[in-house]
Design a protein around this ligand. Structure first.
Ligand code: ZN
Length: 148
C-alpha cells in the first residue's frame, strides 16, 4: 500500500465514523431509497431543490459498509449548493472514476479517494450506491434504487 492509498483509506474511515449531513430532511423536495443486496448497504437520500434548481440542502440516513457510508458523506459535501446540472455531470465523472476510466481524478477533490475501488468490482457498487440513489431521487422516476 502506498502513501496515497493509506491517505485515502483514512479519509474513508473518518467519514464512516463521522458522516456529514447524516440525518433526515423533513422538507425534502426529492428523496429515494437505495439498496445494494450484494453488501447489504441500504440508505435514504433526501434533497431539497430550490426554485433556481440549486441543491439547497441534502442529507442521508441508513446503514452499510464504510465505503458506502463515506461515499454518501463525501457526495453530500460535494453537491451542496450546486446546480442539478453540475451534480449530474459530477455523477458522470465519479462513475468514470470508480470504473477506472478517469484521467482527471485530481479535479474531483475528496471524491478522488474512491479511485482505488476500481480494482474491486464488488466495492464499486458500494461506492456508487449513494450516487445512483441521488439520481433516482432527482429524476423522480423511481423512489427505490437497487444495484442488482
Ligand atoms: Zn458496501
Amino acid at each position: 500500500m502506498n502513501i496515497t492509498d493509506e491517505l485515502y483509506q483514512q479519509v474513508i474511515l473518518e467519514h464512516n465514523r463521522h458522516p456529514v449531513h447524516f440525518h433526515t430532511l423533513g422538507d425534502a423536495t426529492h428523496k429515494a431509497e437505495g439498496f445494494n443486496p450484494l453488501c447489504g448497504d441500504r440508505y435514504w437520500v433526501y434533497v431539497r431543490v430550490d426554485e433556481k434548481d440549486l441543491i439547497d440542502d441534502v442529507s442521508f440516513t441508513g446503514n452499510g459498509c464504510a465505503i458506502s457510508k463515506a461515499s454518501l458523506s463525501i457526495m453530500t459535501e460535494a453537491i451542496l449548493g450546486k446546480s442539478i446540472e453540475y451534480t449530474k455531470d459530477l455523477f458522470g465523472r465519479f462513475h468514470e472514476l470508480v470504473q477506472g476510466n478517469s484521467d482527471d481524478a485530481d479535479e474531483l477533490g475528496e471524491l478522488a479517494v474512491f479511485g482505488g475501488v476500481a480494482k474491486y468490482p464488488a466495492r464499486v457498487k458500494c461506492a456508487a450506491l449513494g450516487w445512483h440513489t441521488l439520481m433516482g431521487a432527482l429524476n423522480r422516476s423511481q423512489d427505490s434504487v437497487c444495484t442488482e
